[in-house]
Design a protein around this ligand. Structure first.
Ligand SMILES: [Zn+2]
Length: 699
């Protein structure tokens, strides 16, 4: 592992932060160096600290511990991510015989320098009780590869030398802090302190020294492992046929869906994240893959993200889709039963009452397909997937060094159900569409901006399709700027082309695992009276506005069926269906057809629990700088025929509805979210979004 410390860079970094104590600026600098290395820490893992003196309001000098705050990631941490605490006071806590977690957190919060600081790390007392100025702590892959072994002590000493302290696994918090301080007093010259099944601490008088020791220790462990791996014969892999992601992922996503919140409504689907690089596929093709990889976490910090065990499903010899579905559901149910058994055993053995977390796996390993990670958000699934990728690589190396040994169930339970760990998952009611995947066609237009914005605000993951890549990209960038890029994806395709739509759905499934909300929204306009309407133009409008709706509904049905979790289709119909206008025959006829298709879909898909509803908006001109493709075509004609300018045209449409409002793309988005969140048991219905037009009342 490369030592990234650079004297010049460090000096420049400190100079750029003149208002920050120099020790703290140095702490930020080397913390970020650690955070850059995914082999050291992942997603908020690890923590660092510095001890220094500051002058308080009264002009008195006081000793302060600055330690990483909860919710900060070392890669991007800033000085504000290091809450400062009264160090002299914290040290005195060591005298206590015991300290509850709640009281410990209370002591931290009441001894902060700044009341608005984030919560200090749960390992704060470890840092406070040790004497060193700079302390770095990571869960380095190479270190846990050596600690999670029956012969960990021997391996660690061989790899890291004699200036090392080793402790068995001890729950973080007060007991670990006391044990580490006692060990340090016995071995005052140790340079590395390794916690089995957990990670490593290094220390120094300077930021450079603590960091350099970390890199040195991890590099020594890596060299030791590389030598062990090199001495092993390469294991021949099995022949594993590629698994069909378009089948496996929706079935798996359905099997992983969580029970309805509060006992009623729809099952809650989850976000999936598939990782299928060559190294992962090769690892999963090993004959011993299940025995090696369906084992416990590298470090208990991962338990809340990945659960202790991944689920291993070999789909190899399954004859057909029905058998595949039965196999996947059986394996998931067996996993859940095992998890519930573990929970019951541990709560009984420890005589504690806890609320059980859901019993679904977070990581599923499928030979021929890859790692499938799940989460209630795109981010949670990605975190679980990143951890799983590192875990597989580390367990492979652990097998070469010796034998992978997982942590006992009792310690795992303590961490998994520790209130201070669960806090990291965040609280509060989830958004109504969290975990849902939505697809909106006509993604390059104004209405898609409103629909997309409201679906994203409600928590969904969004896919936008359009035939026009440039317009699609404009909308994507706009929504990504508002909601972050990880939940907005695009698919360039022609909705009139069945094979292009099927290909797009396959790409969507490979990326997100399935689909919950389909919004056929693509439409084009053409202005001509019937006597002047060109047949080719008529067919073109029918193709996009009617055939295009048929193609996407048809392609979505197998996904809904495989998932078995219901779903929603919201057809963007039009006020024209009920209240058509002259010279707009192609558009109105096509939209009326699509509207009727929606009703047929409502009839046919009800047995699958899929609800199909229609929204009928009127006259949406634009959404910010994104124009409506429809109004680009019909606007000039409408203005000519009524002798109006663009502003006058808006005003004309506003004045013609009962409520005298301008209908916006966001209004349409609200209507889509209303149906897509299943708030009423409604299917086959039409919701006008038009300010009230009596002639267009549904009948
Ligand atoms: Zn740790």
């Amino acid at each position: 592992m490369r030592n990234r410390y650079d004297q010049e860079e460090a000096r420049a970094f400190i100079a750029r932060h003149p208002r920050c104590p120099a020790d703290l600026a140095m702490r930020v600098y080397t913390s970020r160096l650690i955070g850059q290395e995914s082999e050291l820490v992942l997603h908020g893992g690890g923590n660092t600290s510095v001890k220094t003196t500051v002058t308080n309001l009264l002009g008195e000098s006081m000793e302060v511990l600055f330690i990483k705050g909860s919710g900060w990631d070392l890669a991007t941490i800033e000085a504000a991510g290091f809450p400062g605490l009264d160090l002299a006071y914290l040290r005195r806590l060591r005298r206590l015989a015991s300290l509850s977690d709640e009281e410990m957190v209370n002591q931290f919060r009441t001894h902060l320098l700044d009341a608005s600081s984030p919560n200090p790390s749960i390992e704060t007392l470890v840092h406070a009780f040790l004497p060193h100025k700079f302390i770095d702590h990571t869960h380095a892959d190479a270190i846990v590869t050596l600690t999670n072994q029956p012969e960990a002590d021997r391996l660690l000493r061989e790899a890291l030398g004699e200036k090392i302290g080793i402790l068995p696994f001890i729950m973080p918090g007060f007991p670990l802090a006391k044990a580490m301080a006692a060990l340090q007093e016995q071995q005052p010259d140790m340079e590395y302190l390794v916690l089995k099944n957990h990670g490593i601490f290094t220390f120094g008088d300077t930021g450079e020294e603590a960091y350099t020791r970390m890199i040195e220790a991890v590099s020594r462990a890596e060299r030791f492992i590389v030598a062990a791996v090199a001495s092993q014969p390469v294991m021949a892999s099995r022949q594993v046929a590629a698994a069909d992601s378009t089948l496996v992922l929706p079935i798996l996503r359905g099997a992983l869906a969580l029970p309805p919140a509060g006992g009623g409504g729809e099952r809650r689907t989850v976000c999936l994240d598939l990782r299928a690089d060559a190294a992962v596929l090769a690892a999963l093709a090993r004959p011993d893959a299940e025995a090696l990889f369906a084992t416990g976490v590298l470090t208990p910090d991962h338990v809340i993200r990945t659960k202790n065990y991944p689920l291993f499903i070999d789909c190899g010899a399954v004859p057909d889709e029905a058998a595949l579905s039965a196999l996947i559901h059986d394996r998931v149910a067996a996993y859940a039963a095992r998890y519930e058994g573990y929970f019951a055993e541990q709560t009984a053995a420890k005589e504690v009452a806890r609320t059980r977390l859901d019993s679904m796996p977070r990581v599923v390993l499928v030979p021929g397909l890859g790692i499938v990670a799940s989460g209630t958000s795109v981010k949670a699934a990605a975190v679980a997937a990143d951890i799983a990728v590192h875990t597989i690589a580390a367990k492979l190396r652990a097998a070469a060094v010796g034998e992978y040994r997982e942590l006992d169930a009792g310690s795992i339970f303590d961490m998994e159900y520790w209130s201070l760990e669960q806090v990291k998952l965040g609280r509060g009611a989830p958004l109504p569409l969290a975990g849902k995947v939505a697809l909106v066609t006509g993604g390059g237009g104004a209405i898609a901006v409103g629909i997309g914005r409201k679906l994203l605000a409600a928590g969904a993951r969004l896919f936008l399709t359009d035939i026009n890549e440039a317009r699609l990209e404009t909308v994507r960038q706009r929504l990504a700027a508002e909601f972050g890029g990880d939940r907005v994806s695009t698919l360039v395709l022609d909705v009139t082309d069945g094979s292009a739509v099927a290909g797009g759905m396959a790409r969507l499934v490979a990326q997100a695992g399935g689909l919950d909300i389909l919004v056929p929204n693509a439409g084009i306009a053409h202005v001509a009276t019937l006597s002047e309407l060109d047949e080719g133009k008529f067919r073109q409008v029918l193709d996009v506005n009617l055939l295009g709706v048929f193609q996407v509904i048809k392609a979505a049905v197998p996904i809904f069926r495989r998932q078995g979790t219901g779903g929603h289709i919201v057809v963007n119909s039009s006020k024209n269906v009920f209240d058509p206008g002259a010279a707009f025959g192609a558009y109105s006829a096509a939209k009326a057809g699509a509207h009727q298709l929606g009703k047929i879909a409502a009839l046919e898909l009800a047995p699958l629990g899929v609800r199909v509803n229609m929204v009928n908006p009127d006259a949406i001109f634009d959404a910010g700088e994104v124009s409506s493709g429809l109004w680009d075509v019909i606007g000039p004609d409408r203005m000519r025929s009524r002798n109006l300018d663009p502003q006058g045209l808006r005003e004309y449409y506003r004045q013609r509805n009962l409520l005298k409002v301008e209908v916006t793309a966001d209004h349409v988005g609200n209507a889509v979210v209303f149906f897509a969140s299943g708030q009423t048991p409604t299917t086959g219905a039409t919701l006008p979004v038009d300010g009230g037009i009596a002639a267009a009342f549904p009948r």
